[in-house]
Write a protein that binds this ligand. Structure first.
Ligand code: SAH
Length: 348
């Protein structure tokens, strides 16, 4: 099997040549793939024999919407997609005045172990391929009947722990012959894998880097995010500053406010000190309750924001979309997995 749908236009063109086809078939295929096909028969301008080769390669294995939840308040849609191998991932479609945005997963599960996050509870199962990331955009667009203009890599998984496939996905989605979504309309969120941030800085992409900071000091951050042991706060902030200098793109820091853990005036002050003079934006997120965790949402969100802005730090509070439907990533997959376990239990 060849993963044709993860190929760039150039690679597909080369593959078509190897199959004895004219080079222009590469572009035809690439454009068809970007539309979200459920059968090779839909590619009506390709010779039948060639369609059969593509079918034999197993190139088309569209994800199936296992569950779809619509938030009646704000129109947010959350998909639980079942992949060809039976694994499930989540995608969220959010509607803003400036356009439709999709939040995609980059791995099945996650290895990072953050204390507040539902995606990591079962560990990492596997990386997603570039095509599986692209499918989330294409099939969400198709199913919801909307045009997607923005992408955030903030779903299940750590994008920089799946670096090569994520970079390939970015190339595909950015391609003028494909979805043609501009890098400035894409955000990549990382828990702070410094080698990945340094590598990304060299790619010369104009995407927005979001860094999940969640604490300004090593003690608090290590308690929440085990990754901080390997990549502590000061080194992370230095890598972010270098990223800014290499790309000219302001860093966006995510900070989920947790009651009594990282939301005190002391934390706000230290955060402001550490970000002073840096091209930064702080995105304050009211913690989403995760059933398995004892961490609770902060009651000091507006106060924390005030403390930052008073010190000259640019900070906004993230609007909560889809709160009716467990839209914080990882929760739906978790529920589905638990329901499965429950069913198995009944069977016995
Ligand atoms: N692995 C990447 C991207 C996925 S998580 C990262 O860590 O950035 C996307 C964002 O949601 C991260 O900022 C993450 O810390 C945050 N997040 C995870 N669980 C959350 C919860 N229960 N409440 C609020 N934010 C959460």
């Amino acid at each position: 099997m060849t993963d044709l749908r993860s190929m760039t236009l150039q690679e597909l063109t080369d593959w078509c040549r190897e199959q004895g086809q004219p080079a222009f078939r590469g572009k035809q295929l690439f454009q068809w793939f970007a539309r979200g096909l459920s059968s090779v028969e839909e590619m009506t301008d390709l010779p039948k024999a060639f369609r059969e080769i593509i079918a034999r390669e197993g190139a088309l294995s569209p994800p199936k919407a296992q569950r779809k939840q619509v938030d009646g308040q704000d129109g947010t849609i959350k998909y639980l997609w079942r992949l060809a191998d039976g694994n499930c991932i989540e995608t969220v479609l959010m509607r803003y005045r400036h356009g439709n945005s999709v939040c995609i997963s980059t791995q099945v599960g996650c290895a990072m172990g953050c204390a507040f996050c539902a995606s990591t509870l079962g560990g990492r199962v596997r990386n997603l391929t570039a095509a599986e990331m692209l499918d989330q955009v294409i099939f969400t667009q198709k199913d919801a009947g909307v045009t997607i203009s923005n992408i955030v890599l903030m779903g299940i998984g750590e994008p920089l722990d799946n670096y090569d496939n994520v970079l390939r996905f970015l190339t595909l989605v950015n391609s003028p012959e494909g979805l043609n979504i501009g890098m400035r309309h894409i955000s990549l969120s990382t828990c702070g894998l410094i080698p990945g941030i340094r590598r990304l800085a060299q790619e010369g992409l104009q995407l927005t880097l979001s860094v999940s900071l969640h604490a300004p000091d090593d003690e608090t951050r290590t308690a929440l995010m085990p990754v901080n042991r390997a990549y502590p706060v000061k080194e992370l902030l230095r890598a972010c500053q270098d990223y800014f200098e290499a790309t000219g793109r302001r860093i966006s820091y995510e900070y989920a406010l947790i009651d009594g853990v990282n939301d005190t005036p002391r934390h706000a002050q230290l955060l402001a000190e550490r970000l002073a003079g840096k091209a930064a934006h702080v995105n304050l997120i009211p913690l989403n309750d995760v059933a398995e965790s004892s961490l609770r949402p902060s009651r000091r969100v507006p106060a924390f924001q005030r403390q930052l802005t008073q010190r000259g730090i640019n900070a906004t509070i993230r609007r909560r979309l889809g709160s009716e439907i467990d839209a914080s990533c990882g929760q739906l997959r978790r529920k589905a997995a638990k329901a499965q376990e429950g069913k198995k239990g009944e069977d016995l």
